[in-house]
Design a protein around this ligand. Sequence first.
Ligand code: CA
Length: 595
Amino acid sequence: MKTPASLIFVASLLTACGGGSGGGGFVGAFPTTGTSTVTPPAGNGNPVTPPPDNPAPPVETLPVLGAATGATLGDCASLAGFTFANTTISAANSIAAGTLSVAGKPVGAHCQVRGSMYQRTSPVDGQSYAIGFEMRLPVNWNGRYFYQANGGLDGSIGTATGPVGGGGVLDNALNKGFAVISSDAGHAAPTPFFGIDPQARLDYGYQAVGKLTPMAKALIASAYGKGPDRSYIGGCSNGGRHTMVAMSRYADDYDGFLVGDPGFRLPLAASANIVGAQNYNALATTPGDPGTGFTLAERTLVSNAVLAKCDALDGTTDGLVQDTGACQAAFSLDRDVPTCSGSRDGTCLSADQKLRIGQLFAGALDGGGKKIYASFPFDAGLNTTGWSSWKFSNSLNLDSGAVAFVWQVPPENPSGFNGPNFTLTANIDSILSKITATDGLYTENSLSFMTPPNPTDLSRLKKRGAKVMAYHGTSDPIFSSDDTQHWYDQLAAANGGDASNFARFYRVPGMNHCAGGPTTDQFDMLAPLVNWVEKGEAADSVVASARGAGNAGGVNGDVPAAWSPARTRPLCAYPKVARYKGTGDIEKAESFSCQ
Ligand SMILES: [Ca+2]
């Protein structure tokens, strides 16, 4: 389920230090939170030389939690009488099979329960707040619970079907038999003005998940006569952020975590995107329209130059750069794109464009020359509207409001606020100072309430037997797959060099933010997550499909015409890369292996 682009808000990843106390850590160095067993990764100038007759390290055995068992829903209408602290139920309605459909498939009979928690009036802005939610409880329940973590600024209750990952999903958690909750995360409009209220900031950041979870489990117990055997949480963008925050804060409450294109350092990513807009505007031929600083023709030029250098690195020239890491070494914006000798005409980049755009890909800098957020990998997907909308439009209209009202201390005055003007004229050092500030009213700073504390210390969920599957599009223009990859590298380092026995990361070549781009973006990552949690079977790869003409989940217009409309690829567990076997149909996943 996609939040309309106009509502989606930004995204970007969390800070390295998760938790940010404000002093200095904009650069993005994750702390190595491991203990004495941490092994420095190879290649850092500190190679590890094994002792001469070193036995293989003992394989750590982690618990397998076992399968959930189902039950049948009792009486739906009686759930209107469900009671729980600080909770008001407003409706409990039976929904017949086929009333909802996803990708043309009818959703089974279920009970929809709507309500809210912690209704209150803000003493700060005088507005009414509550954590609004709906739960959808299938008649034929599989014994599992799914927390649907929504995207954007939240502020609306997305239909609680439970997306399973990627774009144009063909299946959903509800239809698989999960009981699903969805919420507005504590404010009833998808606009940033809720940030004037300090408690609404905290609910959006992490407390809504913490408050809803025990209520949802109790409601399930009331509906079926037992609580969920297994609990899952997942979402993309801000939903990926919610999920990563839950990995840190609510490790005991969930058994499986499905993380999509996570904005786990969202305030920093938004700040970096504002710097990006300022730089594109400095290049613009039409002042105030940053998109004229890097036109479609110029972005297509760069995309083609990336493909020329990188497409074949995975063994086949198929329009997909699957070896993202090798590509960054092979491609040089400065060297591989012509420099204009005269005026810009779409066949070259000016020297100033190369300088500014190159720096933005390397990672936007603050006024002191420190990286604000993360680098972005060069990939083929930067000539799409999914890319340009985040860089040139959402930077003006979404990042601005979120920074100004949800994260800055104090927030801006909403009267007469002009988002584009804020973005194009703001001083980045002032923004960074204010999003890490606190005062007597706003007592947690944005990096504290938005980002997961200690994101590389997941020992609690690991030891319980919980599992993490994360994915990220390598052409995501707002939250960088490099940031998620860096987090995963540091997570591995904190776990003796290998976290793959409880957490895996899958790159999605070509995919923009959560969906779209020249890519295979249709996949179900919830099914393999359940297999891993409940059977101990980890997925080395997940098969994904392109959404070409006729796709039931919705056509992705960015799929190149030269591709089979139903092209498939394995999404490989990082650091492995899908490589062509040398024989076989290049349109099919089975012709590739993860290496
Ligand atoms: Ca290729």
